[in-house]
Structures are given as structure tokens and as C-alpha cells.
Design a protein around this ligand. Structure first.
Ligand SMILES: Cc1cc2nc3c(=O)[nH]c(=O)nc-3n(C[C@H](O)[C@H](O)[C@H](O)COP(=O)(O)O)c2cc1C
Length: 264
């Protein structure tokens, strides 16, 4: 069953090469309008979106986000910020501290749960933007490396304590090269979608889970060795790579700043 919406979702792929035609004001407005219609916890909109227009900022992001030059050339760049600052400031504007005193309730600062909830809000908004753009024939790509370089990004975007730049999205009309326009593969649902309880995968599961890719990539190896080779390669490319170490350091910095009462 494939209706128009499902077709848009099915055929989306990350786009990293763009035609030079800019997005029109109407297209941007339509995407932003749809984005702000995304579900949001308590209808509080615990996120902010920063349109990165300054070419110097885009060029800097292309470096600070693990050297990805296509960020600088993307026609439209949106930074999605998990944001409790706005609502917490709103609370304080209404003088909640003294209201708490009157009611005998202990006031509190935004905590880890609030950070996770705001991150959910920001990411749900981001994916809504991706689908809205795709439906207009505009491609996009997430940039997870925005989680790196906390100190630089905080300064570049003037981000206060109860914010965290959870993801960056770049948009543009696809510069289509036919043979590159293939969809990426996914694991079979049996390894991802469970009923009632979580299921840890066995060695046999892993071999089957990656069989189509492994058999194609390493036809000279047994399926088990090919699967292990894929796992190991991914580990070195993604998990212990410098960018990943930096992402974890930087994320700790964001979380600590959120929880550290001496931060601004
Ligand atoms: C959280 C997240 C972070 C990502 N970060 C990057 C990135 O920094 N650079 C990049 O080129 N693609 C990035 N991607 C895109 C993925 O590489 C891409 O979604 C994946 O390879 C599947 O391909 P597809 O989107 O074309 O289906 C990211 C995607 C997600 C969801």
C-alpha cells in the first residue's frame, strides 16, 4: 500500500549535492509552517530553529561539523535547538518562585528529563521539516556532527544554558546524478521491530541481519566472517573514530552546562 505520503517517505534519501537554484521564500515558509505543526510535548514547543544565512557561519559549520564542505554550499541550513530556556524564562517572567513559596512547593531548574523531552521536540520538528521539504522536491541531510565542538557552537549561535543544538539540517534541490540516486538498505524489520518485549540479537541473527550487504561486499569470505568484517569496519569508522570521541566529549559539555548552576 503506497499512497502519496508513503511514496514521499519511501523515496527520500539524504541529499548532499545541490543544484544552485535557491529555495523560494514560499517554499521556506511552507516547510517552516509544516515544521511548527509537528507534535510537541504539552504543546510547549521546546525547541528553537535558527536559520543559518550568514555565509561565513555556514563556512565555519562546514569545518566545525567534522569537515563536511557541502554544508557551506547548501542553499538552506536550519539549526534545531532543544530549548527549555524560552519556557523557563517564561515561567520566571510570571514570578513562579514567589508563587511556589506561597504554595509551599520547592521550585526547580530544568533537569535531565526536560533536556530529553526538549530534544524529542526538536527532532520531531526536524523530521517534519525533512518530509515537508521532500514533498516539495527539496532534498535534505542531517548533520549529526553539530553535537561536536560545544564551546564553539555555543559562541557561534549565542546559545544560553538551557539549550542544546541537537541537530543541523541542510536543504537544497537535488543535483541528481542518476547512478547515485539509489535508496540505502535497511535491516529486515524482524531485527528492529519487536512484540511486547525487547529481544537481544544472537550471533546467528547478526549474520542473517547483514547477509545481503556482507555477501555483496565480501564474496570471498564466509557469511560469518563477512558479517564480522562489516561490524569491525563500522566500529573503527564510526565508534572509535576521532569525530565520535569528540561528539561524546562535547555532548558531556552540553549536559554538564545544563546541570551546572554556575553556568549562565
Ligand atoms: C542523526 C543523524 C545524523 C546524521 N549525520 C550526518 C552527517 O553528519 N553527515 C552526513 O553526510 N549524513 C548524516 N546523516 C545522514 C545518514 O548518513 C543517512 O540518513 C543514512 O546513511 C541513510 O541514508 P538515507 O538518509 O539516504 O536513507 C545523519 C543522519 C541522522 C539521522
Amino acid at each position: 500500500m503506497l499512497n502519496e505520503t508513503l511514496k514521499v517517505i519511501e523515496n527520500r534519501r539524504s541529499i548532499r549535492k545541490y543544484a544552485t537554484t535557491p529555495l523560494t521564500a514560499e517554499e521556506k515558509q511552507a516547510i517552516l509552517h509544516a515544521t511548527l505543526r509537528a507534535p510537541t510535548a504539552g504543546n510547549m514547543m521546546l525547541y528553537s530553529i535558527i536559520e543559518v544565512e550568514d555565509p561565513a557561519l555556514k563556512a565555519r559549520l562546514a569545518v566545525t561539523c567534522d569537515d563536511q564542505p557541502f554544508i557551506a554550499t547548501a542553499p538552506w541550513v536550519l539549526l534545531f535547538v532543544a530549548d527549555y530556556q524560552r519556557y523557563f524564562d517564561f515561567y520566571n517572567f510570571s514570578n513562579v518562585e514567589s508563587a511556589c513559596k506561597e504554595k509551599g512547593i520547592t521550585p526547580r531548574q530544568p533537569g535531565d528529563g526536560d533536556l530529553l523531552l526538549a530534544s524529542c521536540d526538536a527532532l520531531i520538528a526536524a523530521q517534519t521539516a525533512v518530509i515537508a521539504a521532500e514533498s516539495l522536491g527539496i532534498g535534505s541531510c542531517y548533520i549529526g556532527d553539530i553535537l561536536e565542538n560545544a564551546e564553539l557552537h555555543r559562541e557561534m549561535f549565542n546559545l544560553p544554558r538551557y539549550t542544546l543544538p541537537i541537530t543541523l539540517l541542510v536543504f537544497g534541490r537535488p543535483f541528481v546524478v542518476k547512478e547515485e540516486n539509489r535508496l540505502t538498505s535497511r535491516f529486515d524489520p524482524q531485527y528492529v521491530v519487536f512484540k511486547d518485549k525487547y529481544r537481544r540479537l544472537s550471533s546467528e541473527d547478526f549474520v542473517k541481519m547483514v547477509e545481503p550487504t556482507a555477501a555483496h561486499a565480501y564474496p570471498q569470505l564466509s557469511l560469518e566472517e563477512a558479517a564480522k568484517t562489516l561490524a569491525r569496519n563500522n566500529y573503527f569508522r564510526k565508534f572509535v573514530a576521532d569525530f565520535s570521541i569528540e561528539m561524546n566529549r562535547s555532548s558531556r559539555e552540553w549536559i554538564d552546562a545544563w546541570n551546572n548552576s554556575s553556568a549562565k
